[in-house]
Design a protein around this ligand. Structure first.
Ligand code: NDP
Length: 308
């Protein structure tokens, strides 16, 4: 059956202004309407949402307004025969720039100067501390949209970029690709390790004590993917023990990061409020993706970004 209605679940406001998002569908071939919980759906309905709800399994198609769809029960979607799509493919520049900005800051101490600015202090760091990212080695874990977004930008800055993915498919800007079972070898020589993996049973807790021991003591972890991919207690211990030099974290095991987390007070840790993809046109990027899929659905084509 063709789609007759697009429903935008109000949970999208976690990441985008919901009214502006609905407005972005004004030229769509079917009407778009904002909804809350408690509605019933039929197979002629499409739903765009940030959170999963059991009633969405009665719709014709469900789109997750995030790239990470780990909160959705993909098996239930597959069993119900309802296509589930995600918002991958649009975060290369947005999250990529944040990761690059973090590496530049960690290397050139921008975050440290801002800390001292807050105290009106003209601060001079130790001579040995600042370095250029140029010629430094970056290892990118996961080489999809975001991994490539970081890799090409890092390559442009003159960094030596290697990466890890399951398929050996080459990626622009990446000089060497390692297998997941060569993880330690891949990260051991890197000055920066950037995590851009999806959170799956395979990647849960992937970076823990042994990995931080394998990393250089002057290396930095950049996690812009999902908190649980990194064992946070092990990370805190590694930072405290000097196993690694610092970290830039956009994601955490618990979000918002609890007040009592030691990460807040570490000078060499940049804490970001899961805003790696936040820009003033994020709603338009997602709307474009959804619009393309409405057209594909109506003409019986395979949906882009189908994950179940
Ligand atoms: P993609 O699906 O484009 O890329 C993920 C890549 O990871 C794939 O290319 C895949 O390559 C690789 N991969 C998957 N599993 C493994 C594994 N076990 N070991 C090694 N490599 C693996 O996703 P995106 O780049 O768009 O996003 C990645 C993640 O970033 C999302 O899942 C989401 O959780 C997070 N994210 C965070 C945001 C933020 O605001 N901070 C915003 C958007 C996304 P291969 O198949 O070859 O292994």
């Amino acid at each position: 059956a063709d789609l007759e209605q697009l429903y935008v679940h109000e949970s999208v406001e976690n990441v985008i202004p919901k009214e502006a998002f609905v407005e972005a569908f004004s030229d769509l071939s079917i009407p778009a309407e904002l909804v809350g919980d408690g509605r019933e759906y039929t197979e002629t309905d499409a739903v765009v949402t940030y959170v999963p709800r059991p009633e969405f399994l009665d719709a014709g198609w469900v789109h997750c307004a995030r790239a990470g769809y780990d909160a959705f029960d993909t098996e239930a979607y597959a069993a119900a025969g309802i296509p589930l799509t995600n918002s991958s493919g649009i975060h290369g520049a947005t999250v990529g720039e944040v990761a690059i900005g973090c590496m530049l800051s960690l290397a050139r101490l921008l975050h440290v100067y801002r800390d001292h600015q807050n105290a009106t202090e003209w601060y001079t760091p130790k001579y040995e501390r600042p370095f250029t990212v140029e010629n430094e080695r970056l290892c990118v874990l996961g080489l999809g949209t975001i991994g490539e977004g970081i890799a090409t930008r890092a390559d442009g800055l003159g960094m030596e970029v290697v990466g890890v993915r399951r398929s050996n498919e080459p990626v622009p800007g990446v000089s060497e690709i390692y297998d997941p079972d060569e993880l330690h070898e891949a990260i051991s020589e890197a000055r920066f390790v950037a995590v851009t993996l999806p959170h799956t049973p395979e990647t849960d807790g992937l970076l823990s004590t042994a990995e931080f021991e394998a990393m250089r003591e002057d290396s930095y972890l950049v996690n812009v993917a999902r908190g649980p991919i990194v064992d946070e207690d092990a990370l805190i211990a590694a930072l405290e023990d000097g196993e690694i030099a610092g970290a830039a974290l956009d994601v955490f095991e618990t979000e918002p990061l609890p007040e009592e987390s030691p990460l807040w007070d570490m000078e060499e840790v940049i804490v970001m409020p899961h805003k790696g993809s936040a820009t003033n046109r994020y709603h338009l990027d997602i709307a474009e993706l959804v619009t393309g899929n409405v057209e594909r659905y109506q003409s019986g084509e395979e949906l882009r970004n189908r994950v179940a």
